[in-house]
Write a protein that binds this ligand. Sequence first.
Ligand code: FAD
Length: 379
Amino acid sequence: MKNIDILIIGAGISGTVLAERYASLGKKVLIIEKRDHIAGNCYDYIDENGILVSKYGAHLFHTNEESVWHYVQKFSEWYPWEHKVVARVDDKTVPIPVNITTVNTLFGENITSEEDMQSWLENNRKPFEKPANGEEAVLNRVGEKLYEKMFKHYTKKQWDKFPAELDASVLERIPVRNNYDDRYFSDKYQALPKGGYTQLFDRILANNNIEVLLNTDYFDVMNEYSGFEKLFYTGPVDRFFGFKHSMDEKLEYRSINFVSETFEQEYFQENSVVNYPGMEVDFTRIIEYKHFGNQKSEKTTVVKEFTVDEGEPYYPVPNPRNQKIYDKYKEEADKLTHVYFVGRLANYKYFNMDQAFKNALDLFASLEEKDSENYKAVI
Ligand code: FAD
């Protein structure tokens, strides 16, 4: 067996950043990844139409974190990409998040100023002092009309639950704009890596101190590895503990079926992402990858996303049942020394990419500060 200082499970953002940081200290790092590729859910590749597509759904990078922006720029050039999303509602096409244009188009209004939009929302919203569930949270923000057209059925498709069956927290912070801003995100930095995410991860991992073992499930080989200083685990937390607190029921996740089609035409739709918030179709959105970076091809690749119960775990389902199960695992995880649970699956929490970068960078900084203090105390 080789000499390993740091063992990392998972080659997504969390595992890759920790590997790079420890390798930069001269530590020997092994990453074990069960899939046949690096980059976790950010993985992208050139498909049969010559178009860069993301295997696990479109990934738009956006952040206000200077440290994260600084870090990712070291490994790739980035081009500015201000993401926009539109929705098809009642045969109309409207911007998402809801803004002045959305309300004017859907309800035949003639709002022209932030003040007018504010009063439209005030007149339509149904105030709840303390919304008890997702439905009350949305009604409190935007009222019945927008709730019915934009949120009720989309939520059902996304979570297989109506908003009334979800915690208020899930829908409390839905973005609504009082102006014409039609950007999906409002963060300071919004960009995509030139050459794609897989190339970015490849470059982060380009260090002789890092070895990546693909196609290997950690739990099949765990007994072969020992004697390392630290283990970073980025897989599902309940799997690590053999599902022992799950009372025959696993932590719930929502998954996505990605259904890809090729069209022999230049473009299929006018925008990279078109959402379908209504019940007239089963899918939640259609992505046309060619739009990202204005790629050229005679054909176009289009992917429909169907949110489903079974499959790869993507979105943790935030409700009291799952929180209770997760808390038990967290208690056990906290007792372990030299084993760290990092990233979205290990923390049973949805992270945007920048949060995943930041968590990994912060964890490294906190451990190394601590370790160097220990080291100083020993010498
Ligand atoms: P992951 O990327 O999931 O990496 C974990 C890795 O561990 C995986 O590769 C997995 O195969 C591996 N693994 C698990 N168990 C084992 C095991 N037993 N043995 C070996 N390997 C194992 N964020 C944004 O900022 N913008 C977006 O537009 C965006 N879009 C998204 C769209 C979708 C559909 C999804 C699901 C997420 C999106 N995200 C987006 C979030 C982004 O994907 C996450 O922030 C990021 O993937 C988190 O990285 P991670 O390292 O925590 O997890």
